[in-house]
Design a binder for this molecule. Structure first.
Ligand code: SF4
Length: 193
C-alpha cells in the first residue's frame, strides 16, 4: 500500500528510525481503525518482494517494520528472507488473526476484539500492545498478558480519538500494575507518518 522512512512512534521501539512497509488488505474490521483505506487489497498495487527490500535498504534504515492492513494474511517468508539477505532487521505489527509466517527479529502483537487472534501467536510475541478504547479493555489486556511468554513487554496505548479521556485511566492502571507500560503514538505529536 505504501512505504516510507520515519520514526517508530509506538511501543518498545518508540523513537527508533524505521522503514515502514504497509501491506494492503485487512479483514479484522476495527471500528476505530485509522487506516481503513488499507482494507481493500484490490485498491493497492502489487510490488515485488525484491523491490520492497531494495527500497528499504536504500533508505539507510536498520529496522524495517511490516505493518498493514493485516500482514499475517499473507505468507511472509519470502519478504522476511529478502530483508534478512539485505542485512535489515524485520519487525512485525500484527493483530495475530492468522498463523505467523516468516523470520522475525521482533513481533509486536496487538490483538483486536473484532477478530480474535490465532492461538499460535502468543509464543512469538516480543511485545503485547493493547489499544484501550473503553474500561473493559483492561480486562481484555490481562487475558492476553496471561498467555504471552514472561519475556514479552506489555504496553497499554490509548486509542487516538479518545486519548484525552483514556490516558488518565492508563496512567492510573500502570501505577497500580507496574508490569505494564504506557505507549503513546508519538509520531502523531511529531506530525510524521
Ligand atoms: S487490524 Fe489494524 S488495519 Fe485492520 S482494522 Fe484493525 S486497526 Fe485497522
Amino acid at each position: 500500500m505504501e512505504d516510507f522512512y520515519t520514526i517508530q512512534g509506538e511501543g518498545y521501539y518508540q523513537g527508533t528510525a524505521a522503514y515502514f512497509i504497509r501491506l494492503g488488505g485487512c479483514d479484522v474490521g476495527c471500528v476505530w481503525c485509522d487506516v481503513k483505506e488499507s482494507w481493500d487489497v484490490s485498491l493497492h498495487p502489487l510490488v515485488s518482494v525484491d523491490d520492497m527490500a531494495a527500497r528499504a535498504k536504500a533508505s539507510g534504515a536498520d529496522v524495517v517494520v511490516i505493518t498493514g492492513g493485516e500482514p499475517v494474511m499473507y505468507d511472509l517468508k519470502s519478504l522476511t528472507e529478502a530483508l534478512k539477505s539485505s542485512g535489515l532487521r524485520s519487525h512485525l505489527e500484527t493483530s495475530g488473526a492468522y498463523p505467523l509466517t516468516g523470520r522475525w527479529d521482533w513481533v509486536c502483537f496487538s490483538p483486536k476484539k473484532f477478530k480474535g487472534p490465532d492461538p499460535s501467536i502468543y509464543e512469538h510475541a516480543d511485545e503485547l500492545k493493547i489499544i484501550i478504547y473503553n474500561r473493559n479493555d483492561f480486562v481484555w489486556a490481562e487475558e492476553h498478558a496471561a498467555k504471552v511468554d514472561s519475556r514479552c513487554q506489555l504496553f497499554l496505548q490509548p486509542e487516538w480519538s479518545k486519548e484525552k479521556e483514556v490516558l488518565p485511566w492508563i496512567i492510573d492502571y500502570v501505577k497500580s500494575n507496574p508490569h505494564w507500560q504506557v505507549s503513546l503514538q508519538v509520531h502523531k505529536y511529531m506530525n510524521i507518518p
